[in-house]
Design a protein around this ligand. Structure first.
Ligand SMILES: Nc1ncnc2c1ncn2[C@@H]1O[C@H](COP(=O)(O)OP(=O)(O)OP(=O)(O)O)[C@@H](O)[C@H]1O
Length: 696
């Protein structure tokens, strides 16, 4: 048997007491001055037409919805009171939504809730075996996603019954359940309340089955019309069935409200019933719940000492572990998606290194050479042009210019008839005429619409000319060199390409955005399916949910980062002059920033489409103004200040400094990147926790 570690509530008469409870959704008033009392050790059937506010009331009772006015106590204290086990092990909640993990098996589901409630393996196993048998569930290895609607509801009921809670809150547990099993479930409820320790509040659409309840509450338009034992309700209205009695009561209420200008008919009394009263005096008339009496009832004051409060706030490792195991099990059940997550960053960085920043290849350039001799300088110079980058096409002057105007060539390189003799003169004589300089020059016309290609052509022509001079003049080549000399670089190499600049920023961006993508939907779907609320009622705090997501996603991004680094360092040979530990730490921290930002989106936004839009919406602006693909120095000033506070600007700079300059944390440009990243991490995590807390 499971240990019964649950204390008796401070108010022995009532398991749940709602007084003057009001709750609205925007302008829609769903609960208005509602009073309800669920007696301890009894089954309370909450009945009412669709949309009258039953689910809303149950959510207020378990504490997932805040009430706008009034007072609720559950097992003696308000829900979510520090140190109170509601939410927690004392309460078993079956929400109206299925609120089950589809990728789980029945057994995974029970183990998950067992861990959260702190049950031992044996307790979980025993309870699971009993519930599978009792609820007539299929094999425990069956996946929830493959179960029928009715079977899913029974698994959901099983999860609520698992820890033998003191209070069961069941929102339509018998929908989609066959009559035999329905009877069995009701019999079970009757059995468990018999000892007087367990109380049940249950909503159902099958009004007649509520005759087995000890007490029914009849709800309409957000008010409780009456609260009494079922026989008393039927007797009061001379009805043979509870349904007929309920119809009668609604009619009476409607007539009462229309005749009396809003107040119910006279025979509906004006005081709130005491639960004990109904135990003995079930023949009394049905009592509506009055507006006046509860107001006179004093709201108890609850005190809590700081130790209990602190224990309430500190996250429980047990819950974090349970949630992490849950995420891992779900990942294992979706191997395709997991492989995709691991490979996506590698694919992205490979594409980036292959396609961005390298030298253009096979660029067609028209050559108009008016020198014919194969020994001429023009032929020699052209032989030094990099053939892999530039494809030379020999043409006449007219053809070359027609071609470049038609967009066939990126440039025209022209040599005059006397290029060789004029260039020789220019090289050897200190004073030459303008015509000699003109005729001894290479003339280049470029299509400058593509700046990268144009810059490449200019660079290749300069390199070809330098190689040509070196070849022709040997040690005397210094005589014709430009009076600007580029010495050996302090950092980097002379052949540094744009890829080298982009890679560190790209690695950080890829890690950040994949982490955002991984987490942005994590709560959205769980909230939609009611799983967040269900876990919260089981005693999982917002901070625990947040930390569990963070730790599980850390595992995924760690694998992603290892693969990314292997590719950039070993396959694409991006240089790393600094400490690998610093490189890894900075990338991991950026990943955590991405996870935390994803959690903010996930906790603030309710639907997948908006969450995706938010994640995508910030992608380009952030990428562009973080100096990842183009230097920050090019950003105009007011915008540059914004750029500098973004999570990736200083971090990219820091990573470049570590990798290419070999700097460490003693340099401001390095520690600044770490500091900004850590700052954003903390901010996003706190923000996400606060939003999640406010919204559950
Ligand atoms: N999140 C929400 N936002 C806005 N309105 C809501 C929300 N949830 C419920 N409502 C509205 O509040 C009213 C009461 O809904 P509730 O789900 O509590 O009814 P119910 O009695 O449980 O109905 P049913 O028996 O059909 O489940 C309905 O009019 C519903 O449209």
């Amino acid at each position: 048997m499971m240990k019964s570690d649950l204390e008796a509530p401070s108010s022995p008469g009532a398991a749940i007491r709602c007084r003057d409870v009001c709750r609205s959704y925007g302008k829609l008033k769903v609960l208005s001055n509602l009073n309800l009392t669920v007696p301890q050790g009894q089954i309370y059937g909450l009945l009412g037409p669709s949309g009258c506010g039953k689910t809303t009331l149950l959510k207020c009772i378990v504490g997932t919805l805040k009430i706008s006015r009034g007072h609720i106590t559950v097992l003696g204290k308000p829900p979510a009171f520090p140190g109170h086990e509601v939410p927690g092990r004392m309460v078993g909640y079956m929400p109206q939504d299925l609120a089950l993990y589809n990728e789980f098996t029945i057994s995974d589901t029970m183990w998950f809730f067992g861990r959260i409630h702190g049950l031992s393996s044996k307790e979980t196993q025993d309870r699971m075996n009993f519930l599978i048998d009792f609820l007539d569930l299929p094999q425990k290895t069956s996946l929830v996603r493959n179960l029928s609607g009715g079977q899913k509801r029974r698994v959901s009921l099983g999860a609520a019954l698992l820890q033998n809670p003191r209070l069961l809150i069941l929102d339509e547990p018998t929908v989609g359940v066959d009559p035999v099993l329905r009877a069995k479930i009701w019999q079970h409820l009757v059995d468990i309340v018999r000892g007087g320790q367990v109380s049940v509040i249950i909503t159902t659409h099958y009004i007649e089955e509520a005759r087995q309840a000890n007490m029914v509450g009849l709800m309409r338009n957000g008010r409780l019309l009456a609260e009494a034992p079922p026989e008393a309700v039927m007797k009061q209205h001379n009805a043979a069935t509870l349904e007929a009695a309920f119809l009668q009561l609604c009619e009476d209420w409607d007539q009462g409200t229309s005749k009396n200008g809003g107040s119910p008919k006279g025979h509906l009394m004006d005081s709130s019933p005491s639960p004990d009263r109904w135990r003995d005096e079930s023949q009394e008339p049905i009592l509506p719940i009055a507006k006046s009496s509860p107001a006179t009832e004093e709201v108890p004051k609850y005190k809590v000492d700081w130790k209990v409060r602190a224990r309430h706030i500190v996250p429980k490792w047990r819950n974090i572990m349970a949630l992490m195991i849950k995420t891992m099990v779900r990942m294992r059940r979706m191997p395709g998606s997991l492989c995709f997550q691991f490979l996506l960053p590698v694919i992205q960085i490979c594409l980036m290194c292959l396609c961005i920043g390298g030298d253009p290849k096979g660029v067609e350039v028209a050559i108009v050479n008016n020198e014919t001799s194969p020994t001429s300088y023009s032929h020699s110079l052209l032989s030094f042009l990099d053939n892999s980058s530039i494809r030379q096409v020999n043409l006449s002057h007219a053809e070359a210019f027609t071609g470049i105007h038609n967009g066939d060539y990126w440039g025209v390189v022209g040599f005059g008839q006397n290029f060789t003799s004029y260039l020789t003169k220019r090289m050897l004589q200190p004073r030459v005429s303008r015509d000699v300089v003109e005729g001894g020059s290479v003339h280049v016309w470029l299509d400058l619409t593509n700046r990268q290609i144009a810059i490449m052509l200019q660079k290749k022509l300069h390199e070809a000319f330098e190689a040509f001079v070196q070849n022709k003049m040997g040690t005397l080549s210094y005589m014709v060199s430009l009076p600007i000399k580029f010495e050996d670089p302090i950092y980097g190499s002379k052949n540094t390409d744009f890829t080298t600049f982009v890679t560190p920023g790209a690695v950080l961006s890829i890690t950040f955005y994949l982490a955002v993508g991984l987490t942005a939907l994590s709560f959205v779907l769980e909230r939609k399916e009611g799983l967040l609320d269900r876990c919260w009622v089981a005693g999982v705090s917002s901070l625990e949910t947040m930390l569990a997501h963070l730790f599980s996603q850390l595992f995924v991004i760690s694998v992603q980062i290892i693969l990314l680094l292997l590719f950039i360092l070993l396959v694409f040979k991006v240089p790393n002059e600094g400490s690998l530990a610093l490189v890894i730490s900075l990338i991991v921290l950026q990943g955590i920033t991405g996870i935390s930002f994803g959690l903010v989106i996930s906790s603030a936004i309710d639907d997948e489409q908006s969450a995706n839009q938010a994640a995508l919406g910030i992608f380009y602006p952030n990428l562009i103004i973080s100096g990842v693909i183009w230097p920050v120095e090019c950003i105009p000033y007011p915008l540059r200040y914004l750029s500098l506070v973004l999570p990736q600007t200083y971090a990219s700079e820091a990573l470049r400094c570590i990798m290419y300059r070999g700097w460490d944390l003693s340099r401001m440009m390095v520690w600044r990147g770490f500091a900004v990243t850590l700052g954003w991490n903390t901010f996003f995590l706190i923000l996400a926790t606060v939003i999640l807390k406010l919204r559950t």
